[in-house]
Design a protein around this ligand. Sequence first.
Ligand SMILES: [Zn+2]
Length: 108
Amino acid sequence: MATIECGDCGNNVSDSANYCPHCGNKNFKSQHEERRKKVLEDLMDKDPIVKAQIERLREDEKVRVEKRKRILEQKQEAKKKKNMIIYNIILFITAFFIFYWLWSWLLK
Ligand SMILES: [Zn+2]
């Protein structure tokens, strides 16, 4: 379990808590996120190498997300195709039995 420093009172609070038990601050998590973002941006401003690395990491993450999305789409497409085939087979069998029934009824 990780702890986060509360932005209002400075005490360490469990990140699973909904509010700071020391001062009642409900926004300590978003404050923490904002501070982390700010630290990261300061770092990026100071060091172009760090900036390039972080940007590359973000780019990698974007590519990963994109790839995952594509795989999911392909899976859904395959599933749709499979459903379509099953639907057609059922339709064909139903049509066959209707014709068969009609045929035998006509021959009576
Ligand atoms: Zn607090």
